[in-house]
Design a protein around this ligand. Structure first.
Ligand SMILES: [Zn+2]
Length: 300
């Protein structure tokens, strides 16, 4: 499959505050598979940035895009692009197996859905800066006794994920403070409040800010409802899209190079030409070639 076009549910706001939404996307080729091959650690936000940087050809009038552009895309826009990338690489249908979350069961449950059935919500206000007012209960009290209600923030992006994600498993509260420290621009007249001041926000204030951020952000709903055929109970679980997708792409380097060798040997194409082919196309040629060789062998 060749390139595909899609529309970001959020949008990329450049330094002149122009919102860019239409994206041109290329399927993964052998080059990206090579990056993902023999991967040991879980799929990180940095890996998503690297893959998007390579596969996104254009965002609005920005082309080519830089790694910084891929990093600065909103969290939901990155998820959406991964979904589309999965579709253009393997097709829209996803067959996955997840463990039943009930501790006394834990059996494997098959889930089957289309990429296009995943609810995607566009953001109405494209920001990139948002203002909100904290309730009186949540107001911020400075060291000098001033009371502030106004909060100015931007939405989390891939760069924030790269920094904050590794902290989540260690200390979720600290990770949220870190994220707020990056995203909150002002508390009242306090500009760029930073980690110190942010950590003084009350739990109610943190809740109100988090809620507001979720309300204005675009959203890709990756929580799946399923029922377990073993124990008969229903449940909903977050579907780890990047781990699943990058898992599907996990070829061993050895196999990848054997495929390249096979095509180069028979078709005399260069290594570069073969590696730049989308995976589906490479596999199709291998299939055609194998059939042809078998036919010749049977004829002789
Ligand atoms: Zn079960």
């Amino acid at each position: 499959m060749d390139k595909t076009m899609c529309l970001l549910p959020g949008g990329y706001v450049d330094k002149d505050t122009v919102v860019h939404r239409d994206v041109e996307l290329m399927p993964l080729s052998g080059r990206e598979e090579e990056i993902l091959a023999d991967r040991r650690e879980p799929a990180s936000a940095a890996l998503v940035t690297a893959i998007l940087n390579r596969c996104v050809r254009r965002i609005g009038t920005i082309s080519p895009i830089s790694e910084e552009d891929a990093r600065n895309l909103l969290v939901a826009d990155r998820q959406y692009l991964l979904l589309k990338l999965r579709e253009v690489t393997f097709g829209e249908q996803i067959f996955a197996t997840i463990p039943c979350p009930w501790p006394d069961c834990g059996k494997s449950v098959d889930i089957d859905f289309s990429v296009n059935d995943i609810p995607v919500r566009e953001s109405e206000d494209k920001g990139p800066i948002y203002k909100m007012t904290l309730s009186s209960e949540a107001a911020f009290l400075s060291d000098h006794g001033e009371v502030y209600h106004e909060i100015t923030f931007r939405l989390p992006n891939g760069g924030d994920q790269e920094v904050v994600s590794p902290l989540i498993s260690e200390n979720e509260a600290r990770a949220l403070t870190m994220l707020f420290g990056r995203c909150i621009q002002d508390i009242g007249s306090l500009k760029n409040p930073g980690y110190e001041l942010i950590s003084k926000l009350s739990p109610v204030a943190r809740m109100e800010i988090e809620k507001r951020m979720k309300e204005v952000a675009p959203k890709v709903e990756l929580t799946m409802g399923a029922s377990c055929p073993e124990c008969g109970r229903e449940f909903s679980v977050p579907f780890d899209l990047q781990e699943f997708f990058f898992g599907e792409l996990r070829t061993s380097r050895d196999l990848l190079y054997r495929e390249v060798h096979y095509l180069a040997y028979h078709y005399k194409w260069s290594e570069r030409e073969i590696m730049e082919m989308p995976r589906a196309k490479r596999h199709k040629y291998i299939e055609v070639l194998a059939d042809e060789i078998e036919r010749l062998n049977n004829a002789s």
